[in-house]
Write a protein that binds this ligand. Structure first.
Ligand SMILES: [Zn+2]
Length: 430
């Protein structure tokens, strides 16, 4: 079944107009508040500048949610109960993205995991199976999270090739492998990737392996699987990267561990990567794959911090998106990232807990300022985590429909959200 947006009659047009105005207004507030924080030596640490985590982007998502909530409140066409349900959905949508970005930031930049899970799934879309990525409470088309500028479009076409290979082989536990080699990115930030990433797409889950493979090693790695052969002999760095990314190999009856095994064979070494934690062994990659769903000790600290953020957001009245609400929200989000850095093994002595009192009226402590500096020195922190993810216009939102109450995968398309259960549509913009 392919749900389509085909019932625009339920959409009230004044709602859309007021939403857009409110969104502009809220964005303006975010820009002003973030600008003020940036210019203040006592508060700028909360924005964790120079890292892969973008506090401003996170607060923009809440600005969107608030605009919807304000617009629904003003339209006065709902009873209080429906209004509450609608508020909850939008809050959860914004919060879900922030939580996912905090978790990925932690796994990638604090834990330096050698295997990072990518939550993906195949969904029917316009009558055809497509690859979706989970982002908070929603599923977005996977290609929408890729920056089309990256590597002059080679990254986007690589994803499209991989997706095609995957949907053409929806049986026998087929995995599709694509490699993003280290080097030139075609972007201003970051100008280079300092490690190579092996993307492995499966039907229910996907994984990234982080390796120190040279271009030559990537070439042998890809050629060790049956499929299109790649040759980088005599090419410039840019051409080599494009050539490598152009290859998507479908491997039937394949486990993630088989692919890690191949990494060790090709690199002919127990050491598959060198980073801030030193020499990283193949055995660590195996254990990262086997334990990909498990939470570490530090991980439970992260979950605790996330819970605190959830409590805070749930207590907010987002109908009032004032400067002080925005400042507190930005500070709380940044503070979690700083707390994770403080809780990391190396600096455990500094561990403290003032989450309850921290607010926009509380300057960053020296510990926080130090944590902010240390974060910028972490390997790979210039890689964008969330920056590129906010532009998806097409997605599926998992929520309880506020009108019929059914738990649905509601389709968002062309500025409308559509409930496949009761058929109602409403305005929606990301
Ligand atoms: Zn419904």
């Amino acid at each position: 079944m392919t749900p389509e947006v085909n019932n625009p009659l339920d959409v009230v047009s004044y709602n859309v107009v007021s939403y857009t105005e409110l969104q502009e207004q809220n964005y303006h507030i975010v820009d002003k508040v973030v600008g003020d924080l940036q210019n203040s030596p006592d508060y700028s640490a909360y924005l964790v500048p120079g890292t892969g985590f973008y506090v401003r982007e996170q607060v923009y998502a809440f600005a969107n949610a608030a605009a919807h909530i304000q617009s629904e409140n003003q339209s006065s066409q709902h009873d209080e109960e429906t209004l509450n349900k609608i508020n909850k959905i939008w809050k959860k949508d914004a919060l879900g993205k922030t939580i996912q970005d905090i978790r990925s930031f932690y796994q990638e930049f604090i834990e330096y995991r050698l295997a990072l899970p990518i939550p993906t799934a195949i969904r029917q879309w316009n009558g055809a199976p497509r690859l979706f990525a989970r982002y908070g409470e929603s599923w977005v088309l996977y290609e929408d999270i890729v920056d089309e500028e990256e590597r002059e479009g080679a990254a986007l076409s690589a994803i499209r090739n991989a997706e095609r290979a995957l949907v053409e082989n929806l049986d026998n536990n087929t995995k599709v492998i694509m490699v993003s080699p280290m080097g030139w990115t075609g972007l201003a930030d970051p100008p280079r990737h300092d490690i190579s990433q092996i993307y492995i797409y499966g039907q229910d889950e996907s994984l990234t392996l982080r390796v120190g493979m040279s271009h030559k090693e990537v070439e042998s790695f890809l050629n060790s699987f049956a499929g299109k052969q790649v040759s980088i002999e005599g090419l410039s760095e840019k051409q080599r990267i494009k050539e490598i990314m152009n290859v998507a190999v479908a491997v039937p009856n394949c486990e993630f561990l088989d692919i890690a095994q191949k990494v060790g064979q090709v690199m002919q070494s127990e050491i598959v990567l060198e980073d801030d934690l030193g020499e990283r062994k193949l055995s660590e990659m195996f254990s990262a794959i086997n334990n990909r769903e498990k939470t570490t000790v530090l991980g439970s600290r992260v979950e605790y911090l996330i819970e605190k953020l959830e409590e805070y957001v749930n207590s907010l009245n987002m109908n009032d998106f004032s400067e002080s609400v925005v400042a507190n929200l930005a500070v709380k989000i940044g503070q979690i990232v700083l707390e994770i850095e403080l809780a990391d093994g190396k600096y455990k002595d500094n561990l403290h807990d003032n989450l309850k009192v921290a607010s926009a009226s509380l300057p960053a402590t020296d510990n926080y300022k130090l944590a902010a500096v240390r974060l910028t020195q972490r390997t790979g922190c210039s890689h964008g985590v969330s920056k590129k993810k906010s532009k998806a216009e097409t997605k599926i939102l998992c929520c309880n429909c506020p009108f019929c109450g059914a738990f649905v995968e509601a389709v968002i398309k062309n500025g409308l959200i559509h409930c496949p259960s009761c058929g109602r549509s409403r305005a929606w913009k990301n």
